[in-house]
Design a protein around this ligand. Structure first.
Ligand code: 8YV
Length: 317
């Protein structure tokens, strides 16, 4: 009999789904009509869970899965899983460490350039026929140069470092904040976020959100100032979203490039309607290349755990 596994999020790589279906009895909770009833009846048979970084799994659900041998996160964020609880159960929680670094950093730079150069507003201007109606060059305000901008990176993990390398190639001086300075980095460490915002033209959020809710608030945005840009490719809840809405509405920052939001897929109307924002639907890792690499890691983690081995990508065992 094939082991039963529970999938909380779709995987978008057909070959990975075929492999999963060949090896396991795959139950897709997102397709089940009454998930609560299903979990009550069948939860005890589940040996592996596959979930997304943003979705994670609640402790209540974990408690309904007594035979569980692994939680395989198809992502790097662990903020939606109680790692301490999983550790206490001896349960491996795995992540796709390293698989999505380059794509997330690429999107951060893309959002930053798009924000500085008003690329999306310019696209709408041409697309909507506004150029023909307003052909004078002054119809679109001048943009802001990205090259050479002072970039402040919040969270110098894999993604933060990859953003730094890219921004440095554009001649940007880099400063960063993290829990402690990192001696292998050539960039200036600033221990306080308001101070970092004050000496940055752009703040790029790359931090884990486990213990950092609402760290970008009105004080940080004010310090970034009316010529400053915010980019978030990490988690929406790093930002105090009402404070960001106010800053965008009243121009106390110049703009924001956002891939993540507090209550996805709901995005506040102020952020949706402003020309100061460039928005994405949590897409930073959404390329064929990265999602295929992530799916491979997920498959390997599940296989290792069900074979009684410690998964190579385990963060808890
Ligand atoms: C993924 C993420 O898109 O890695 C994470 O933590 O939030 C995302 O990059 C998501 O996990 C895909 O399921």
């Amino acid at each position: 009999m094939k082991p039963n596994i529970l999938q909380l999020n779709p995987i978008l790589i057909p070959a990975a789904n075929e492999e999963l279906a060949a090896l396991y009895e795959v139950h897709k909770l997102f397709e089940i009509e009454d998930p609560a009833a299903w979990l009550r009846e069948r939860g005890s048979s589940i040996e592996a869970v596959i979930t997304g970084g943003h979705t994670g799994i609640s402790q209540a659900m974990l408690e309904q899965l007594p035979a569980l041998k692994v939680v395989a996160i198809n992502g790097v964020g662990t903020d939606a899983v109680d790692l301490a609880y999983c550790r206490s159960r001896g349960l491996p929680v795995t992540a796709t460490l390293g698989a999505l670094t380059e794509d997330v950093a690429d999107l951060a730079i893309g959002l930053l350039i798009a924000s500085c150069r008003n690329i999306c507003a310019g696209d709408r201007f041409v697309r909507d026929g506004q150029w023909e109606l307003h052909p004078q060059p002054s119809a679109i305000p001048l943009a802001r140069r990205f090259s050479g901008m002072r970039v402040g990176i919040v969270g110098m993990g894999r993604v933060g470092r990859a953003v730094a390398i890219r921004a440095a190639a554009f001649g940007c001086p880099i400063r960063y904040i993290d829990l402690a300075p990192m001696s292998d980095l050539p960039y200036e460490f600033i221990p306080n976020l308001v101070d970092l915002a004050r000496v940055s033209d752009a703040l790029v959020l790359c931090a884990a959100a486990d213990k950092a809710e609402g760290i970008v608030d009105a004080a940080v945005l004010d310090a970034l100032g009316p010529r400053g840009f915010l980019v978030n490719v990490a988690r929406g809840r790093l930002v105090n979203e009402p404070d960001l809405e106010a800053a965008i509405a009243n121009g106390s920052i110049a703009g924001a490039g956002l891939d993540v939001f507090v209550d996805e897929p709901r995005v506040p109307v102020t952020l949706r309607q402003s020309d100061r924002t460039t928005l994405q639907a949590h897409r930073a890792s959404a390329t064929w290349e990265t999602r295929a690499a992530m799916a491979r890691m997920v498959l390997d983690s599940v296989a290792q755990a069900l074979a009684g081995k410690r998964p190579e990508m385990s963060l808890t065992t």
